[in-house]
Design a protein around this ligand. Structure first.
Ligand code: SAH
Length: 242
């Protein structure tokens, strides 16, 4: 073996095939990270863990899912900041803390089947899909439904099923659901969603007047009866009807 590494001009030249193969293989064992990795870890520490989210599955999912791939290119640099961002068609991706808070509230560990109403960018669906077996998600804006389905497929989320439609009626073919997360605000909880909640299932939904402040409500089904808890005030985009 001779001449396998030398400098030509200001370039390092690698001339030995075996060495090139070794370098390529070494690259395969370096953990794959992206340029937002440190921002994402910082987001989880400062915006999520420090504000009281403790569920390890939720924290791990938020550490893992590359949020910058869910926002329009122009907002990529803002993806890990502490606020919601526009995703087109008058809709928004929620603030990271709200995603973590809603996910923790439905106690996702050991739960199998989740339904989300309001796919939007697909970010909340991806967070759920890191924790539960299967996520069904419905989006009412056709363009967003198509874009997010493609995004999630390209990212390899084969446990998420997307569809375009009005989520008011839920998705009876796949009910009952252990978890239902609604990310748009109706003025009342749609009855079909309560009906499609499994025993011990949890539904989280912002309820209130469109454009105003809404209350985040948690519904738990026990012995066929529902128990309702009011969690906090939030601001979500309106729940639309087809
Ligand atoms: N979960 C999303 C947040 C998107 S904002 C994310 O992680 O990015 C809420 C979304 O709910 C919007 O995309 C809006 O178009 C959608 N939406 C509103 N009413 C709906 C309905 N009745 N059925 C399904 N989706 C609805």
């Amino acid at each position: 073996m001779q001449d396998f590494l030398y400098i030509r001009g200001n370039k390092l030249v690698v001339k030995n095939l075996l060495l090139i193969q070794i370098l390529i293989m070494a690259g395969c064992f370096v953990p794959q990270t992206d340029k937002y990795e440190s921002q994402r870890q910082k987001m989880v520490e400062t915006q999520i863990r420090k504000r009281g989210i403790t569920n390890p599955e939720v924290l791990d999912a938020m550490r893992k899912v590359p949020r910058h791939l869910f926002v329009p290119k122009d907002y990529e640099n803002d993806a890990y900041n502490d606020y919601p961002l526009p995703i087109g068609y008058g809709q928004t991706i929620s603030q990271p803390f709200i995603v973590a808070y809603m996910t923790e509230a439905v106690k996702p560990a050991n739960r199998k089947n989740a339904l989300e109403i309001g796919t939007g960018s697909g970010y909340q669906a991806a967070i759920l899909a890191e924790i539960v077996d299967k996520v069904y998600t419905i989006e009412i804006v056709p363009e967003l439904a198509k874009e997010s389905a493609e995004r999630l497929k390209n990212m390899g989320y084969d446990n998420i099923v997307c569809k375009f439609g009005d989520g008011y009626q839920g998705w009876s073919e796949h009910a009952p659901f252990d978890i239902i997360v609604v990310t748009a605000a109706p003025d009342q909880i749609p009855q079909p969603l309560i009906d499609q909640l499994a025993e011990n299932g949890r539904l989280i939904i912002p309820v209130g007047s469109p454009g105003g402040v809404q209350e985040l409500i948690l519904v738990i089904k026990r012995n066929g009866k529902t128990e309702t808890r009011r969690l906090t005030f939030v601001r979500f985009v309106p729940f639309k009807r087809l």
